[in-house]
Design a protein around this ligand. Structure first.
Ligand SMILES: Nc1ncnc2c1ncn2[C@@H]1O[C@H](COP(=O)(O)OP(=O)(O)O)[C@@H](O)[C@H]1O
Ligand SMILES: Nc1ccn([C@@H]2O[C@H](COP(=O)(O)OP(=O)(O)O)[C@@H](O)[C@H]2O)c(=O)n1
Length: 257
């Protein structure tokens, strides 16, 4: 019953918010969608009225829960994806990796963004938020779920600004899970992942140097920003995956999940 209500809520809220992102299937992201998405920034609708608390959204006479969102951040290879899979096994979260969604869009036949995404990924640069945020929003809507781990996002100021314009009013943001891991360990893990057949075009030393530099220059300031707002749960990601997960589990349970 709760699940069904949450599903209805997310979809209804999405439609109510008038975001064009929701009018397109995730498999048909087009320039047109992005144009609509940009245009919508001029008249972002706050569907919350004074009678709905911030974690709820008002739909007609009802006020219902917004979907909960946890951002998962950390350096390349820190173990974000590994930990997210474990979290999903125990807690009722849906894992959405921005990198996976971008790689999927890159491979989709007919995508207008395939070449652009490949260029950004290979060079460790951050894809413009209009592409990434639309992919995330579409995936959230398509899932029909109400608890999300958003992995690898927001990764720079452009990501954060785009999210705030397009999504912040529609979700109940919880906190950032920050997997803190030294640069050398991150590089070794990514190289190991490449050697064991990840097939990723950026798990090589050349791309990794650029990814690490993007992380230090663009992503760390975003983590610091959330930290300043008291919204970061930091986890030492250097021990083995089992040990790291032990810490994650404690944090999620203490946070009421
Ligand atoms: N705590 C850990 N200790 C050792 N290796 C790990 C750990 N967590 C993840 N790995 C390995 O490191 C690589 C990168 O992990 P992944 O979860 O894909 O990182 P990210 O999503 O942060 O890029 C993978 O090959 C994974 O198996
Ligand atoms: N928010 C995001 C996330 C990933 N990406 C791109 O996707 C690449 C891989 O990201 P990822 O999250 O899958 O992998 P890791 O770098 O964390 O290992 C990044 O280096 C960026 O080029 C992006 O442009 N914007």
């Amino acid at each position: 019953m709760w699940r069904a209500l949450a599903r209805t809520t997310w979809r209804a809220a999405a439609n109510d918010c008038g975001s064009p992102g929701f009018r397109f299937a995730p498999s048909t992201l087009t320039q047109q969608q992005l144009r609509h998405s940009k245009a919508s920034k001029r008249y972002t609708t706050n569907t919350n009225t004074s009678t709905a608390p911030p974690h709820k959204i008002r739909i007609g006479i009802m006020s219902v829960e917004k979907p909960k969102v946890v951002f998962v951040l950390g350096g390349p290879g820190a173990g974000k994806g590994t930990q997210c899979s474990r979290i999903v096994d125990r807690f009722q979260f849906t894992h959405l990796s921005a990198g996976d969604l971008l790689r999927e869009e890159r491979s989709r036949e007919g995508s207008e963004f395939g070449n652009l995404i490949e260029d950004y990924i290979r060079n460790g640069k951050i894809v413009p938020v209009e592409v990434t945020c639309s992919l995330l929003e579409n995936a959230m809507k398509a899932s029909g779920k109400s608890r999300f781990l958003i992995d690898g996002f927001p990764r720079n100021q452009d990501n954060l600004d785009g999210w705030n314009r397009q999504m912040s009013e529609k979700v109940d943001f919880q906190f950032v899970l920050f997997f803190d891991c030294g640069e050398d360990v991150c590089v070794q893990r990514c190289l190991g992942r490449g050697q064991s057949g990840s097939g990723r075009t950026d798990d090589n030393l050349d791309s990794l140097k650029k990814r690490i530099s993007t992380y230090n220059n663009d992503s760390l300031p975003i983590i610091k920003f959330f930290e300043g707002a008291g919204q970061v749960k930091r986890i030492d990601a250097s021990p083995d995956a089992e040990q790291v997960y032990g810490e994650v589990e404690k944090i999620l349970v203490a946070s009421g999940f």
